[in-house]
Design a protein around this ligand. Structure first.
Ligand code: ZN
Length: 323
């Protein structure tokens, strides 16, 4: 009896003495939740709380502080003059790259594919790539503005797919979307209207929305693919990100997510998929689930403004949920 007890105690000691990293590595690959962070619309227009320069400095400092080595910024080089601040968007972009992050193509002027011819759209991509390809930290990825891959116009979709391939560009898809741009816009409008913003509530809503969206997509991915792929979170270069990115990173990690590089995420096999569905605004997981005939909702519900906007009014502005 005593020998058995000693054996158990010894066993406990062995288990407890295991370094954390070893325990982590024993988790099967398909059970790990991996996610990369990406930021669209660089350089984005001014938000409600700070200048674009302050915003960029905060983003860089937060990523460094939280040990996130590489995120991707998707650029619209054609917006650089329009939205450049006193220090210049070009400098901000150089600062992102100098901090170890990478940059890629989000078109020159952010057109909607559904409202643009394939030729004009590819020319818009080329104009951005002409600038981007000369920059350090450049990656051959193209992110569709509005995530619009052509919708029902499959001939146009295929023309763009062929055009991207001919240019050596990969679709820089996302898998997780929380419509952060809308929260940013609601904050700008609230401040303009002289309303008081509950900043702690805004932080909580921003963080909760993105963590929930990540978990929603991951569950959908497991249903559609039978595994958890490396995810790509869509964010924008917003004041929301500059204010709350550190909280979001902490919350994702507390929820079991491991933040990985954009390079790492895009090495997942789903990067090579070409889902044959008329996608006009969704994530890659949504398209893959659609293609597989997965029933039920394939998008996180707070990407619907009818759901997101009353939540913002109620929780952040402390107004009634109704309009
Ligand atoms: Zn965009």
């Amino acid at each position: 009896m005593i020998r058995l007890l000693l054996f158990i105690v010894a066993l406990m000691f062995v288990v407890r003495a295991e370094p954390v990293a070893t325990v982590d590595a024993s988790v099967p690959q398909e059970r790990r939740k991996l996610i990369a962070l990406t930021f669209d619309d660089v350089p984005r227009f001014r938000g409600a709380f700070m200048t674009p320069t302050e915003r960029g400095e905060r983003l860089i400092a937060t990523l460094k502080d939280k040990g996130v080595d590489q995120v991707a910024f998707f650029l619209n080089p054609g917006q650089m003059t329009e939205f450049g601040d006193t220090r210049g968007a070009g400098q901000r972009i150089r600062d992102y790259v100098a901090a170890g992050h990478v940059i890629a193509n989000h078109s020159n002027t952010h057109p909607h594919l559904s409202g643009t011819s394939a030729e004009a759209y590819l020319a818009n991509i080329d104009a951005a790539e002409a600038w981007l390809s000369k920059q350090p930290g450049h990656r051959p990825w193209f992110r569709f503005p509005y995530l619009d891959e052509g919708g029902k116009d499959l001939a146009k979709r295929d023309a763009i797919r062929a055009g991207l391939k001919a240019r050596g560009l990969m679709n820089g898809y996302v898998t997780v979307d929380g419509s952060d741009w809308n929260m940013e816009q609601l904050a700008i409008e609230a401040l303009k209207a002289g309303k008081k913003i509950d900043m702690a509530a805004l932080r909580d809503l921003y963080v909760e929305t993105h963590v929930q969206s990540a978990d929603f997509t991951d569950a959908l991915a497991v249903r559609a693919l039978g595994r958890s792929p490396a995810h790509v979170l869509l964010l924008h270069e917003t004041d929301m990100a500059a204010l709350f990115l550190g909280d979001l990173i902490d919350a994702l990690r507390a929820d079991g997510w491991e933040i990985i590089s954009a390079d790492g995420a895009y090495s997942d096999p789903i990067a090579r998929a070409e889902p044959n569905v008329p996608s006009s605004n969704g994530t890659r997981i949504e398209a893959l689930a659609w293609e597989k005939g997965i029933t039920g909702k394939r998008w996180y519900d707070r990407n619907e403004m009818e759901i997101a906007n009353p939540l913002f009014r109620e929780r952040v502005l402390h107004e009634g949920a109704g309009q």
